[in-house]
Structure formats: structure tokens, C-alpha cells
Write a protein that binds this ligand. Structure first.
Ligand SMILES: *Cc1c(COP(=O)(O)O)cnc(C)c1O
Length: 402
């Protein structure tokens, strides 16, 4: 279901969703900061009910521009905005599933989604089987007569695994299942899952789409029939995005392509630098030759994205020391913004996950995750060099103290 774009992605990011033939209007999309919309008569009232000019929980003209731009970027029929990435994912699942249904989901997905699938959906009579990333046979064995959805996430956090979407889509077609993907780490600049046959693309727009670590938002994008169904559910559950924040999202989307291109380049340079470093045991980045999904990545994604992780020689305490010694890489969770960030997965995204399950996911105490921003890459590498130097210093000092 390859969709033809009117323009290339860099152009859609800047101008997508707007009417280029319109004259004498504001260049940037105004904020329709209103909860309701006035009509002249009852006929018009009836006419506007299903539109974005009825009541903002149903839709809003500012949101519509962003939704259209995102649909163009993903190459799909339609998109919807939500108050957070979690709202996009939970609303979509609640919309597509009913009591008695079953989900097959990848094991190493976002923690909040694991919690929703394993602790909340069972209360509604919906079960999930978790399977290993890219083990397609295991995915197939987990499918039951009542399975409705296969959910994947690509690339993953923090091991940056890349899912073979072609195989997942083929498996879903064979068993008549809906495929959903959390594509937050990819962005449509690096991968358009719909082109590989995935039905519904989900994002935390908080990350790359917003791009400046200043808003919380979510996205669902896909086939019109799915999006219409999810729209009804969003209206009922009420997790729409506020128009004021949509303005910031729109501003972010304009630079999505240039930001992600820079982040791809810088993250690769940093991954290469780290792989040469004597104090580092392992680097996880799909564009490096040794990565388990390198072949899939080469085929399926344009760039590896801004997130990478590495494991230091030594202990978890050593990893913490390195994290604290960095200054340009700011110690904070989250990712995808213009500012580079560093975090320790076992203390942040994976803190609530048992050590056994973490081991299964390949998340170790010695692991450090970077979200590469758009600063100059040489400054970022210099910061890492300085930070990693604490590993040598501490060792020497320890020897002297002995
Ligand atoms: C951050 C994130 C989410 C949750 O998004 P929020 O906007 O924080 O609700 C979901 N999936 C992935 C991969 C994320 O990184």
C-alpha cells in the first residue's frame, strides 16, 4: 500500500497540512484556542458536528493541520493527535480490542505499554503473550484463534533492536491480524512502517516530533477505517491534545527532517567513536556492523536515529560515574530533543522491571543510554572523552589507595 507523496518529506514537514493555494492568511497556523465553535443556524450546526469546528474534544483546526502533515509524512490516509504517547497507544488498543481478544506483543517494548497490556487489559478480559524480538516462529506459536493484534516497537529502547517489519506484516496477513507499531524511535524520516505493510503507526510525539523536550503528545496514524474507529474512542475517552501545545508540535514538525538527519549522522559518529574506546565493552547502534539487526536496518531504515547505548567495562557504579561526569549530555530521561541527554536505563526506563527480565531484554547495570541532540558532534565527543576518563582515574586512584 505504497502511497505517493505530493512532495518529498522535507517539504511535507514544513508545508504539509496547509493549503498552498490560500492567499492573504497568516503564514503560520493560528492557535484556535477555543473549546467550542459558533454556528449561524441549526442546519450549519448539523453540518459541523462531524468536523473539526464543533467542539475541541472532537477536533480543532489547529490539530487538523498537524494531523494532515503527519499523515503525509507517514504516507497513510489519516492521523490523530493525543494528549500523550501513552494516550495514543492505550486509546488505540481500547478501540481495536474487546473482551476475549488476545494480543501478541514484543517483550522489550516501552514500560508503560507493558504495564497496560499485562496489568490493565486483563481486567477487561484481554490477554497478551510477550515474545522475543524478531523471533518470528515464537510470534507465530503465540497466535491463538482469538488473537487480534501483533504489537511491535522499532527501534527498541535501549538496545536499539530493529524489527523486521516485512516478516511481521506477512505473518499478520496470514492470520488476519492487525499490526501496530510504536515507531517513536524511528520517526517517518527514518522509516515509514505503512510502506512495509504495518496497519497502525503509533508515536510518542513528545520525543522527535515535538523535538524540543517542551511538550507531551501522542500520535496514531494509519488506514482511514482504523483511524475513524480510534477517533470515536478518543472523543469518548477525551484524551485530545490542547491547541496551544499543538502550535509547538507544528513548530517542531517543520524541522523534523533536518533534526533527524543531523541526529542520524552524529549518533553514528559517536557510536563509531565509542566502539574504538578501550573502556567500553559494547556499543548498541543498528548502523554498526556488529549489531544483531544490522542487515534488517540496512534494508529498512534510512538512519539509526539519535538514540544509542553502550556498556562500560566495570560495574553499574562505574556507569553512573560516567553519566555524572558528562556536562553537555544532560542527566535526564526522555529522548528525541535538540539537547543531548544521558540516562542509566536500570535507574530510569527499566527501573520497575525485574533483574531477570532485564537480563532477557539485554539491559545491564553497566549500560548508558545517550539521546544525541543537534549540538556539534565534536563537542559531544569531547564531552564523552572527558566523562569516560573517570574510569581510568578511579582505577588508578584505587590502585594507589590499595
Ligand atoms: C516516551 C515513549 C512512550 C510514551 O510516550 P509519552 O508521550 O511519554 O506518553 C511510548 N513509547 C516510547 C517508545 C517512548 O519512548
Amino acid at each position: 500500500m505504497k502511497k505517493k507523496h505530493q512532495f518529498r518529506q522535507e517539504t511535507e514537514a514544513v508545508r504539509g497540512g496547509t493549503d498552498l493555494s490560500k492567499k492573504n492568511g497568516p503564514l503560520t497556523t493560528p492557535i484556535y484556542q477555543t473549546s467550542t465553535f459558533e454556528v449561524t443556524d441549526m442546519q450549519e450546526q448539523l453540518r459541523v458536528t462531524p468536523t473539526d469546528s464543533f467542539y475541541t474534544r472532537y477536533g480543532n483546526p489547529t490539530s487538523t493541520v498537524a494531523e494532515k502533515a503527519i499523515a503525509e509524512l507517514e504516507g497513510v490516509d489519516a492521523a490523530l493527535l493525543f494528549s500523550s504517547g501513552m494516550a495514543a497507544i492505550t486509546t488505540s488498543f481500547l478501540s481495536l480490542l474487546q473482551a476475549g481478544d488476545h494480543v501478541v506483543a514484543q517483550r522489550d517494548i516501552y514500560g508503560g505499554v507493558i504495564k497496560f497490556l499485562s496489568q490493565w487489559l486483563p481486567k477487561l478480559g484481554i490477554e497478551t503473550t510477550f515474545v522475543d524480538t524478531n523471533d518470528i516462529e515464537q510470534h507465530e506459536r503465540a497466535i491463538r484463534p482469538n488473537t487480534k493484534i501483533i504489537h511491535v516497537e522499532s527501534p527498541t529502547n535501549p538496545n536499539v533492536r530493529v524489527v523486521d517489519l516485512e516478516k511481521i506484516a506477512a505473518l499478520a496477513r496470514k492470520h488476519h491480524l492487525i499490526t501496530t507499531i510504536d515507531s517513536t524511535f524511528s520517526t517517518p524520516i527514518n522509516c515509514r512502517p505503512a510502506e512495509w505493510g504495518i496497519d497502525l503507526v503509533l508515536h510518542s510525539g513528545t520525543k522527535y516530533f515535538g523535538g524540543h523536550s517542551d511538550i507531551i503528545c501522542g500520535i496514531a496514524a494509519g488506514r482511514r477505517d482504523l483511524i475513524e474507529q480510534i477517533h470515536h474512542t478518543r472523543t469518548t475517552l477525551g484524551c485530545c491534545m490542547d491547541p496551544h501545545a499543538v502550535f509547538l508540535l507544528l513548530r517542531g514538525i517543520k524541522t523534523l527532517a533536518v533534526r533527524v538527519e543531523r541526529q542520524n549522522e552524529s549518533a553514528l559518529r559517536i557510536a563509531e567513536f565509542l566502539s574504538q574506546h578501550p573502556k567500553i565493552a559494547r556499543v548498541h547502534y543498528p548502523m554498526l556492523k556488529g549489531h544483531p539487526d544490522h542487515a534488517i536496518a540496512k534494508r529498512q531504515i534510512v538512519g539509526g536515529g539519535g538514540v544509542l547505548s553502550f556498556e562500560v567495562e566495570g560495574s553499574g557504579a562505574d556507569a553512573c560515574r560516567v553519566g555524572e561526569a558528562l556536562s553537555l549530555f544532560t542527566l535526564a530521561p526522555s529522548l528525541g530533543g535538540v539537547d543531548s541527554l544521558v540516562s542509566i536505563p536500570v535507574l530510569t526506563s527499566h527501573a520497575m522491571i525485574s533483574p531477570e527480565l532485564r537480563k532477557k531484554m539485554g539491559v545491564t547495570d553497566q549500560m548508558i543510554r545517550l539521546s544525541v541532540g543537534i549540538e556539534h558532534v565534536e563537542d559531544l565527543i569531547a564531552d564523552l572523552e572527558k566523562g569516560l576518563a573517570v574510569l581510568s582515574t578511579t582505577r588508578k586512584e584505587a590502585v594507589v589507595a590499595d
